[in-house]
Design a protein. Sequence first.
Length: 156
Amino acid sequence: MTVQKPIEKQNKLKGILLDLTTKAGISERALARLLKIPPTTLYKLLSTDDPNPSVKTLLPIARHFKISIEQLMGEEPINKLDHNPLESTPWQPVLFVKAVNAVSKILAEQKRTIDSKAALNLIKEIYFYSLNNHLQEIDSNFAKWLINKSIFDSTS
């Protein structure tokens, strides 16, 4: 089943999705991986004026951000404009340190250097990914994938 909406609704979807991912501190690529949807599907939602999303695509996104599909589509307001599902998540300093260590270790193994801002963004994404998945340890495969993808994206 496909949700048919006018172009103005699609632009709302794009804006809402961009706001949610920015405020949650997660990249579109990491969100796609987390939700197990193709990155191209999420990219289409964010870059096309008429992406014609299916309920199958919208439902996991809405659930992830703890909002309804109607709120995601801009048909109903999100109660809190700066909605961030991680705001109610307790700080986990041990997990954060593990994210720092994972990034440091992977970069050292690959003999790569990156600037501080890029390193902090990677640490934040890996930490949030772990929180969102209720992990007590860092998923090293995800961390390596994200770092390699980030390095590749910055060189292309």
